[in-house]
Design a protein around this ligand. Sequence first.
Ligand code: FAD
Ligand code: NAG
Ligand code: NAG
Ligand code: NAG
Length: 528
Amino acid sequence: MAASGRKAVVVLILCMLCCNTSLLPCSASSDSFLQCLSAMMPSELVYQQSSSSFTSVLQSSVQNPKFVTNTTVRPLCIITASDVSHVQTAVRCGRWNGVRLRVRSGGHDYEGLSYRSVQPEVFAVLDLARLRGVQVRPGDDSAWVDAGTTLGELYYAVGTTNPGFLFPGGACATVGVSGFISGGGIGLMMRKYGVGGDNVVDARIVNANGDVLDRFAMGDDLFWAIRGGGGETFGVVVAWRLKLSKVPPTVTVVNVLRTMEQGAADLVAKWETTILQPPVLPDLTIRVVLQYRQAFFQTLFLGGCSDLLNTMRGLFPELGTTAADCHEMSWLRAMAFIYFGNTDTPVEALLNRTNNVGNYYFKSKSDYVRRAVGKAGWDSLYQQWLSQNGNGQIILEPHGAAVGGANTMTTSPYPHRRGVLFNIQYGSNWCCGANGTEAAAALGWLNGLYGFMAQFVTSNPREAFANYRDLDMGQNVIGSDGLSSYWSARAWAERYFMGNYRRLAAVKAAVDPTDYFRNEQSIPPLPK
Ligand SMILES: Cc1cc2nc3c(=O)[nH]c(=O)nc-3n(C[C@H](O)[C@H](O)[C@H](O)COP(=O)(O)OP(=O)(O)OC[C@H]3O[C@@H](n4cnc5c(N)ncnc54)[C@H](O)[C@@H]3O)c2cc1C
Ligand SMILES: *[C@@H]1O[C@H](CO)[C@@H](O)[C@H](O)[C@H]1NC(C)=O
Ligand SMILES: *[C@@H]1O[C@H](CO)[C@@H](O)[C@H](O)[C@H]1NC(C)=O
Ligand SMILES: *[C@@H]1O[C@H](CO)[C@@H](O)[C@H](O)[C@H]1NC(C)=O
């Protein structure tokens, strides 16, 4: 014990001497990094490449098999932190030895940046899946949530321990709370309660010095930035205190499917005109999924069926919603229904962190719409694109109400607010192979569709959603000073963050001036 403690001190002092300008000047020292870790945390939490479990731990939460099979740079090791002190150790050892960390919570990053590096560099994965838990009490309008918790685990804890309250998260239960909030976080309850980042009341973050800061210690600017300014930029969030909101005992889910022949394009054209039209109806969200020759209208109403039908009669009678379409249930059951697609799956299944990704590869892109596309546009989208490819999908998430209210642009960094009708996510799936003919066809379709949609969506900048990460928009360029370039990053960062980009870069310069926390699309420090 004493000997290893002494060894740790020696290693640390050497590291500090070597890196005392803190600009990561020393070339990465893998051996001293691993020694530093082994001196300061239990070795069974660190999986090196030689470990027989290395691959299974690396792949444990990978959500896109595209990045499993391909030969992108592999981490030096995976650190499976089970305590905040392990996170501090990983940051300190990493910084002192010039080894960067890829932080992983739920592993859903669309470009796999939480466990792979596109640049050839030495890095370690800091996996937070063991750092999970929800502290929630009956009647309490907030809950502390450990960083590695998934949305499904959060919903289950809130819905079972504190029924009558909800957290406005997304539809996919295996998404990590931390990545979700770090990118803003949109979902079916945001028209009433705002995006994920708007619903954080405190947080604990490990900064680039390895210190743990709460909301008051971190200050207003950093507390603002971490609630939507992108992950892997300002530090490692280890816990969030989330605001919970009241929900009625019964909510209603309605799924209505319409084909092209049944007028899907007309219905979508009508739907887009209802979103910002008064009266504002924050309790009602209708998300639309377009696939092949169909439109799937998925409604969540924070109230009972009869109120919903009354509302729909005035707002959107063309959809033809009837009482037979209504599924009334608790909010928790509704989250399970929306995720699993059936009412039989028990709510406990929300605790399952394994995603059935199979062999399907996917690539996504996103857009925002501020002016209705119109019937002719939806018609041609179906004719020319959707009906040509059964493996493509377009998801439309309505904004408005609480998301788009006055002054919300600065509530949290998510900038797609006032005047936004809806977010679009384009997805293309294929099986299998990162660069075979199937991949070329699927990506060709996606890129063609994205080009076609330019006429209907925002421009200058063409807004994009940070949580639907897309490296086609650009990657950080590292300057001769060793820092990622603020000017180069405008190509993608102004599309994700718009007018909030500069403020985010100023926060970055203040809290991590040496740019230790970095990936291909992290916010660069604002130049002096
Ligand atoms: C099937 C599916 C459905 C989705 N549905 C939605 C949706 O409805 N709404 C929505 O908004 N998004 C949705 N997303 C996108 C999702 O929110 C983002 O991919 C999000 O980043 C995933 O978070 P994660 O923790 O699972 O990912 P990870 O891959 O673990 O992390 C994502 C990024 O955040 C960083 N990061 C992770 N944890 C931390 C931490 N503790 N501190 C600092 N940085 C951290 C990572 O380094 C990485 O850069 C969906 C994604 C998938 C695959
Ligand atoms: C790995 O996957 C990425 C993303 O699809 C791709 O850009 C890259 O070319 C792939 N690398 C190899 C060696 O296949
Ligand atoms: C968890 O989900 C995966 C993927 O859908 C499934 O294969 C597995 O059986 C589930 N595990 C349990 C315990 O339900
Ligand atoms: C993908 O591309 C890489 C590098 O260009 C090549 O080595 C590999 O064989 C290709 N794989 C397939 C399935 O075409």
